[in-house]
Write a protein of this length. Structure first.
Length: 283
């Protein structure tokens, strides 16, 4: 007699306490945001209170457009024209006809240049006292971020809240290192080598050599963000340390198109969310 009323009360109480969370979104501009935006909109539709923090100048994160979620804007010290010039230079570097070595050098330099722009965004946000006070007082339940440029992980650690990462991948196997996931160079191909998981001996040797080079060329890319984290926390923090606080890694790829490799339980595949949703062509 008491069983059915008891089940009913249990289900009713679960509905009462199943409230939406308060989510802080720290996105990354460019195609990263085009992939993340539909997810952010769906979170808001599902009853979560979503706050997206964006810079005053950006490529696609337009604060004046109508949104279903809350948008908070912080000022940055450069114009949209400066960003457009830097982005055009970054894109052109990928299409210059030159030797393989020169292509790698040119691409690497262009990546460092564009990273400096986005570093300026992060520094402007973290040094904006009014915005940081708002973030502290808002008591967010989680940070939803694309962690490629570290600003989201720094803020999640600063606010001491769990973070959910939304990304396509990380250079130099940093995602594997941060999650303590096995990443043997004799088995897992390195980026840009176009090797499969079935490599010849020569390919495995090349793979190992490239892995050793990653320790050299990846450090400068994230050095500025590590220095910024030192300013905030007053202690040395590496990029790997910051990334390791991620609670869930939503990986925008799938083994249907990727080589198989080890992953950790908190790394979830959501392949297919990789581009902007376009309207259908007219007849």
């Amino acid at each position: 007699f008491y069983r059915q009323p008891g089940i009913f009360l249990l289900l009713t109480s679960s509905l009462i306490f199943a409230e939406g969370g308060k989510i802080l979104v720290i996105p990354q501009d460019g195609s990263h945001w085009l992939s993340m935006r539909p997810v952010v909109e769906k979170l808001q539709q599902n009853g979560h209170e979503v706050v997206v923090v964006v810079p005053s100048t950006s490529l696609y994160m337009k604060p004046k457009e109508p949104h279903s979620y809350t948008v908070k804007v912080y000022p940055i010290p450069y114009t949209e024209e400066h960003l457009a010039v830097a982005l055009k230079s970054f894109i052109n570097a990928h299409f210059i006809e030159q030797s393989v070595l020169n292509i790698l050098i040119t691409m690497y330099q262009s990546i460092l240049d564009i990273f400096r722009f986005f570093f300026t965004n992060c520094k402007s946000l973290l040094h904006n006292e009014d915005m940081m006070q708002y973030l502290r007082e808002s008591k967010f339940d989680a940070v939803f971020t694309d962690p490629i440029l570290m600003c989201g992980p720094i803020i999640a650690k600063y606010l001491s809240v769990p973070s959910v990462y939304f990304l396509r991948g990380f250079p130099c196997g940093m995602d594997s290192e941060a999650t303590q996931c096995p990443n043997p160079p004799s088995y897992v191909p390195r980026l840009f080598l176009n090797n499969s998981d079935s490599m010849t001996f020569a390919q495995r040797v090349t793979n190992v050599l490239v892995r050793m080079l990653e320790f050299v060329y990846c450090k400068p890319v994230f050095a500025l963000f590590e220095e910024l984290a030192y300013e905030i926390f007053q202690k040395k923090v590496t990029a790997i340390d910051l990334l390791s606080h991620g609670s869930v890694w939503l990986m925008r790829y799938d083994f249907v198109f990727e080589f198989p490799k080890p992953v950790m339980p908190n790394m979830v595949f959501i392949g297919g969310i990789n581009c902007d949703q376009k309207k259908k062509l007219s007849q």
